[in-house]
Design a protein around this ligand. Structure first.
Ligand SMILES: Cc1cc2nc3c(=O)[nH]c(=O)nc-3n(C[C@H](O)[C@H](O)[C@H](O)COP(=O)(O)OP(=O)(O)OC[C@H]3O[C@@H](n4cnc5c(N)ncnc54)[C@H](O)[C@@H]3O)c2cc1C
Length: 305
């Protein structure tokens, strides 16, 4: 169990022995299976597929997916532990939380029974790596302005458009693609179509673009995606009903924001821990730099003001 250096009381939900045991197991996985490889992953700009399979074997994927669909049957507390441990061990760039706590919940909450059976077990095993593609070169915060379209043609949708900044974009086998099924209806014309990349890859219409350079999260494959008359079965429309995409996004994005908060706290804990360790170990002029008066100034910023 890691002791948080934040010096704040542990949240009520976190005071649970079962969660401590889970945190230990998750922490060990990140430390043994991931930490030694992080420098290489950052250099490569991507996390290898094997680690997704290993995480699946360890039961880390689909922590909050119901057991009947191959998950561990946990809840958001288990996802929060995975986030806590990932940050604590410094495993930035591995898109496990996006896969587990952002994307899987769309399928669990809105997927038809057939869609849940088709995708969730493979999401939990690591056979399918997932991405969600909302952002476009001309549509970020203002999601209603997206231009990617999906036109119904018999039993298929024909998709045209492009996406950018898509996490897991180079690796993803299943992309929850946000499209306009009716461009005349604004938000009410938005739908989510689940694209199985194996079915469209190499056929000309679907292309993964650049793996983008970023100021952080260097091991994350954040990418462009292009769609040019890509045909996807109509049965892969999430939930089976057109025009529900924007509501689905509005209902699930708050959890994503919550996750970003948890990741931020985890990063702060690690940064403080690393800094305190460093200043206690580093010596200059015959003493540790921790012991110099100026290193201590920021300890009482509130009183000092
Ligand atoms: C590392 C990384 C991973 C990402 N992963 C994904 C992913 O997996 N899938 C995906 O779909 N997208 C992803 N994104 C994209 C992300 O969702 C967008 O960057 C975000 O929605 C903001 O859009 P934008 O970058 O186009 O900024 P813009 O919308 O152009 O905003 C630019 C600035 O203007 C401000 N602004 C915008 N609107 C207003 C307003 N109404 N009032 C005041 N200020 C405003 C914003 O706060 C921001 O500071 C990722 C981005 C990054 C950096």
């Amino acid at each position: 169990m890691h002791e948080s250096p934040l010096n704040v009381p542990k949240a009520a939900w976190r005071q649970d022995e079962e969660l401590d045991i889970f945190a230990d197991a998750v922490g060990q996985f990140f430390e043994k299976e991931c930490a030694p490889h992080v420098p290489a992953w950052r250099k490569a700009g991507i996390v290898p597929r094997e680690i997704w399979k290993k995480a699946g074997e360890m039961g880390l994927l689909g922590a909050s997916v119901p057991e009947e669909y191959g998950g561990a049957g946990g809840d958001f507390r288990h996802e929060a532990i995975i986030i806590e441990q990932q940050q604590w061990k410094g495993i930035d760039g591995f898109g496990i939380t996006l896969h587990n706590a952002i994307i899987a919940p769309y399928i669990t909450a809105y997927g038809t029974e057939e869609q849940k059976q088709r995708w969730l077990p493979k999401i939990c095993s690591g056979d399918l790596v997932t991405a969600i593609a909302m952002t476009e070169p001309g549509a970020g915060s203002d999601l209603q302005g997206m231009k990617t379209t999906a036109k119904r043609d018999g039993d298929h949708y024909v998709i045209n458009g492009s996406k950018t900044f898509i996490s897991n974009g180079q690796t993803a086998d299943l992309i929850l693609l946000c499209v306009k099924t009716d461009p005349t209806k604004g938000a009410k014309g938005i739908s989510i179509i689940c694209v199985e990349t194996e079915a469209v890859e190499g056929k000309g219409g679907f292309r993964r673009g650049r793996n983008l350079d970023k100021v952080g999260q260097h091991a994350a494959d954040t990418s462009e995606l292009f769609f040019d008359d890509v045909r996807v079965p109509a049965a892969h429309l999430l939930g089976g009903e057109e025009g529900k995409g924007f509501i689905q996004l509005m209902q699930k994005l708050p959890q994503e924001r919550h996750i970003i908060g948890l990741q931020g706290v985890g990063m702060i804990e690690r940064a403080i821990h690393e800094t305190v360790n460093y200043v206690k170990g580093r010596k200059a002029f015959g003493q540790t730099i921790f012991d110099f008066q100026n290193t201590r100034f920021p300890e009482h910023p509130v009183q000092a003001r």
